[in-house]
Structure formats: structure tokens, C-alpha cells
Design a protein around this ligand. Structure first.
Ligand SMILES: [Cu+2]
Ligand SMILES: [Zn+2]
Length: 183
């Protein structure tokens, strides 16, 4: 666990447009445990499709929403599609094993605020000039029950999600993938 600023990321409570230019200091194992103590599930993102993209995403139930926090690094600057995919299987080199978008309500692809969208459509994240994304948003998801996202996966894409084109918003290759596991 030398890649992530776990404690710093999870402590960050406001949306920050400015990310550190360098990789944050490595978190020690005890710090990581403390940082994750309040979260219920997490996904460690591993590079896919020949990328160097990695990251750590945490999910915590807050009422009927899930607070998504964490960090993604080594992205190309700009927008990238971010989705929850239906299978918690990141084993294939291109992450095709993660299957399509998590879509328990059988809708068409969209964005988080469009009328029609997959439950797993988290929209775009925007990487800074140093290729970093800090996540901090609430989405209508659940960590329990029949539509739980536990056992699904988080996938980051090479390109921008157009938030409309079925089935995946033309967002390109899957450059990082991580199974969502209970803490
Ligand atoms: Cu995706
Ligand atoms: Zn979708």
C-alpha cells in the first residue's frame, strides 16, 4: 500500500479542484485501517488495458445514498467515464470480465442526473493536469439488499462518457478495475 494517500483522501471533505502535483506520502498500514474504519466497502483499482492507472475507492451508506470517496491516479488529464459494472471480476487484461454496467432496473445508459440511466452510471470524473482524481460524491446506490453494489466492480475508462450512448457512453477502453468488497 504505497500508492495511495488513504488518510488524506478520506479526510478530505470538500470537492477540491487542486490536487497535489506529486504522489502524496505513502500511508502506513495503521493509518489506512483508521481511514477505512468508517467505510463499509472498498475497491482497489488495478491497471487494465496496458495503463498505469490505479486507485482506491471507498463506499459508505448514508441514508438512501452511498458516499463515494477516494483517489485515482495516473490518468490522462481530462474527463473519464466511471461506472459500476455488474460482475466483481477484474481478471481479464482489458477488464471485459467485469461485464456491462450494473443495471438492476433495466434502463438505457445515461448519466447520474439523466432520467434514464443504469444504476452504475456514475458519470465522469476529471483528472487534473497531474492525472489525479479525488472522489467525493453521493450517489443513489445501496450497500445492502438485492441491488447491493457489493460484489460488483468499479471501472474507470480511457475517455469521456457522453452520458447517452448505449451501452457505455462511448467512453473507450477500461483502464482500471476493482472489485467492491465489504470492509
Ligand atoms: Cu464502465
Ligand atoms: Zn451505463
Amino acid at each position: 500500500m504505497t500508492l495511495f494517500c488513504a488518510a488524506a483522501c478520506f479526510a478530505q471533505t470538500q470537492e477540491s479542484a487542486t490536487a497535489p502535483a506529486q504522489s502524496p506520502a505513502a500511508a502506513s498500514t495503521p493509518n489506512l485501517r483508521m481511514a477505512l474504519a468508517a467505510s463499509v466497502a472498498m475497491a482497489q483499482l488495478e491497471p487494465k488495458s496496458g495503463s498505469d492507472v490505479s486507485g482506491l475507492v471507498a463506499f459508505r451508506q448514508v441514508g438512501d445514498e452511498v458516499l463515494v470517496t477516494g483517489m485515482i491516479k495516473n490518468l490522462k488529464p481530462g474527463k473519464h467515464g466511471l461506472h459500476i459494472h455488474e460482475k466483481g471480476d477484474c481478471s481479464s487484461p482489458d477488464a471485459a470480465s467485469a461485464g456491462p454496467h450494473f443495471n438492476p432496473t433495466n434502463q438505457h445508459h445515461g448519466g447520474p442526473t439523466t432520467t434514464e440511466h443504469h444504476a452504475g452510471d456514475l458519470g465522469n470524473v476529471e483528472a487534473t493536469s497531474s492525472g489525479i482524481v479525488q472522489l467525493n460524491s453521493k450517489v443513489k446506490l445501496s450497500l445492502s439488499g438485492k441491488d447491493s453494489i457489493i460484489g460488483k466492480s468499479v471501472v474507470v475508462h480511457e475517455g469521456e462518457d457522453d452520458l447517452k450512448t448505449d451501452p457505455a457512453g462511448n467512453s473507450g477502453a477500461r483502464v482500471a478495475c476493482g472489485e467492491i468488497k465489504p470492509k
